[in-house]
Design a protein around this ligand. Sequence first.
Ligand code: PEP
Length: 234
Amino acid sequence: MKFVIGNWKMNGTRAILREMIERAANIQTENRVALCVPFTMLGEKSDIIAMGAQDISTHDRGAYTGEISGAMLAEAGAKYVIVGHSERRMYHDETNDIVRAKAARALESGLTPIICVGETADERRAGKTLEIITSGVRESVPENVSGDIIIAYEPRWAIGAGITPTADDIATAHRVIAETLSYMHLIGTPILYGASVNSKNVADIVAIENVDGVLVGGASLKPDEFIPIIENAK
Ligand code: PEP
């Protein structure tokens, strides 16, 4: 079993989601599949595709205009929520401390946080990849993990770029994340790879040691890509 999770960002329509759900109903898969869609689409139902959100407030209620709480996401139908995606870190100045608070809120609400970590192009050039992902995991995972969590390794320079790190680089990053999780007594936490995954490269990527699945951006919006990704991720 592998995880295949899509991130629609601020894209997509209900019509595309319904087409995806219809087509997914006809495939045989042991994989755990989810789509992290815009908040307005969280109520769509599918036996194969669970719904996920892309952000959550650090607060549980109150005067925080525009924010959404974990309880609201759960009530709307979400099972998962992405926290600390590189675009939230980049455009909304989200730090590891904020990401940790969001992940804690998700767990309190019975949601599975998908905690993203990954290095920028500058950090990679400076040889800091392993340092950034290690501190990302240590500082973004809540102290008392009371439910399921998922880590997504997303090299920020490869997101939406049509390029991926080498298999060796992915293996090294995932091994270091697995070691960090083991040190934190979180052995067995799934570690997904994300950035430029498509229906052609997914089988090779999930075959890499310690890769428990994929987080897919652009290709998750196209049924002709996402359905084969689900089928080929084994
Ligand atoms: C992402 O933004 O999480 C992502 C993986 O994007 P893409 O697959 O388009 O690189």
